[in-house]
Ligand binder design. Sequence first.
Ligand code: ZN
Length: 184
Amino acid sequence: MNKRKNLYTIVMILLAISFVFVISSPAFAYKLFTKGFFGQDVPINTVEVHSTYLTPVNNAINNWNFHHSIGAIPRKIIVGGAFKNRFITDYFATDWPGLYGIVKQDQAYYPHTTTEFVILLNRTHLDSQSATVRQSVAAHEFGHSFGLDDITSGIAIMNINRNRSSIYTAQQDDINGVKASWNR
Ligand SMILES: [Zn+2]
């Protein structure tokens, strides 16, 4: 009888520990918003990308598209000179590295309401940075086009406080976020 009572106590303690662990850890390391691009694919015009940024930008696109090719995310990026969505690298005065700017929105496509956007990479900030950091910023901005918002912690491309030299591709939480974004 004593043995059984001890076992019961141990099980209850383990249950209590696991319960505390579950409620104290964040459920999702991603955050969704309603400003993602509405279409089946994400078309982007890269003619305004400076030659020294083409490789990092293409690496960012290829990595997202790899996850699409293996069925991990339901959307992909397509590149062409005639698309309205523009990817621009230029010198801007302020110190932000990159920006996802909404040009047009249509609430009919809720929860993916953006019908035209622009991605800016700020050369004032990034010309002195490595190709890896440039790729990290490009990959982050595409994450917004897939419906992901900024977060402030975690191992994720959408974490604005990430180390851009070591996190420069979509991470598991980002992939989970894109899936959740399109399952809404
Ligand atoms: Zn952001």
